[in-house]
Ligand binder design. Structure first.
Ligand SMILES: *Cc1c(COP(=O)(O)O)cnc(C)c1O
Length: 384
């Protein structure tokens, strides 16, 4: 089976993990802070808070922006459920903004329209989570301008987009958002097995996320309500979680991070190959905007009605030939867990149209030319 995405693990990666296993600390040692600093530096952010997943990072990011009951979080329907679930974890309600027909990212025009209506109805969002779908940045300048006018916070879900750029700057630099979240799941750009990170330029948000990641506990006397009882003393300031990353994961992350730019370059080369090989076929290839460099986490194509077989038949045909295609994503609001909430959820017709035609082709740095040719040959027979 050629999977749609997969990790690459080198001997250096393995050695880095083994070195930690032979060291004094498997958790809460020096390697996690080192990884946080390395990622923050790489993306041009002031602070990094490593977590056991991007899902956890999204949760604590929402909490430190004071999202709670009575508030709304808005995100894109074409994303993994975690981008929306973080709102529900905080007791907030979740709504969805339709996507742009070219980038499949949250549409800034749809967002502007929805905000104007929400303002009249008195239900403006507290937090908006733009998702950099497939690795291409959202139109962050426009979304940020709207945040100034309507007063919402922005968490970038950059789970697909570490190593990408927007208007010449790295995704994660925080020019247009409060917090950016990365995922290090094995199908993503670099991996720690499971793992995630929130980056921010605000030291107070970073400090509070660091505390929430570890039960809400601090050992910093400055954060305590009174002077420490003694050297053993710690205080739980608020209710937090165990969302910590291990030292082994961080060591793997540091080792992988050294290859980030090579990975993004290779993914872009492979995407360019697909663009050319698919140019004459009745499939719609992904559109790449001029003001960003996509990290190319996914290569989603659309199977339009003029193709020989339907999306479902094309999907099944590819799977029969051991090509591990996938569909990214089912509109989140169609999930039973969201339908059951009974909120008057907006229909997102562009998202639904995209979902009905989408198939993600295999794309990962170690995909070979022969594998890529097999994908294209098999696809050609199904659509032409
Ligand atoms: C993978 C992913 C997540 C969740 O990442 P985990 O690290 O698996 O928790 C969140 N949002 C998006 C868009 C993702 O693709």
């Amino acid at each position: 089976m050629i999977p749609y995405g997969r990790q690459q693990i080198t001997e250096d990666d393995i050695q880095a993990v083994v070195d930690v296993l032979r060291s004094d600390f498997l958790t809460q040692g020096p390697v996690v802070p080192h990884f946080e600093q390395a990622v923050a530096e790489k993306v041009g952010a002031g602070h990094g808070v490593a977590t056991n997943s991007a899902t956890s990072a999204l949760h604590i990011a929402c909490l430190v922006l004071d999202l709670g009951p009575g508030d709304w979080l808005w995100t894109s329907p074409i994303t993994f459920v975690a981008s929306a679930n973080c709102g529900l974890y905080c007791g907030a309600r979740v709504d969805f903004v339709d996507i742009d027909p070219h980038t499949y990212n949250m549409s800034s025009e749809a967002l502007a329209e929805k905000l104007a209506v929400a303002e009249r109805e008195g239900r403006l969002p507290r937090v908006v989570v733009p998702v950099h779908f497939a690795g291409q940045s959202c139109d962050m300048a426009a979304i940020h301008a709207l945040s100034e006018r309507y007063g919402f916070h922005i968490i970038e879900d950059a789970s697909h987009a570490i190593g990408g750029r927007y208007q010449g700057e790295p995704v994660g630099c925080g020019r247009y958002s409060d917090i950016t979240v990365f995922s290090f799941h094995p199908v993503k750009i670099i991996t720690t097995g499971e793992g995630g990170m929130a980056v921010t330029n605000d030291p107070e948000l970073a400090e509070r996320m660091t505390r929430l990641r570890s039960h809400g506990i601090t050992r910093d006397p400055e954060q305590m309500t009174h002077a420490p009882d003694g050297p053993w003393y710690y205080q739980q300031i608020e209710l937090g979680f165990n969302y910590r990353m291990t030292e082994m994961q961080a060591a793997l992350g540091i080792s992988q991070l050294a290859r980030l730019d090579t990975y993004v370059a290779r993914r872009n080369e492979l995407a360019e190959e697909y663009n050319q090989m698919l140019a004459e076929l009745p499939v719609i290839t992904p559109w790449q905007g001029p003001d960003s460099l996509s990290a190319r986490h996914l290569y989603p194509v659309r199977i339009p009605p003029e193709a020989r077989w339907s999306r479902r038949e094309v999907f099944e045909g590819l799977r029969e030939q051991a090509i591990g295609v996938n569909v990214h994503y089912i509109p989140v609001y169609q999930q039973p867990a969201y339908q059951r909430l009974g909120d008057p959820l907006a229909a997102c017709p562009t998202a639904e149209g995209y979902y009905s035609e989408a198939v993600s082709l295999p794309l990962f740095p170690t995909l070979t030319t022969e594998q890529q040719e097999k994908v294209v040959t098999t696809l050609r027979e199904l659509v032409q």
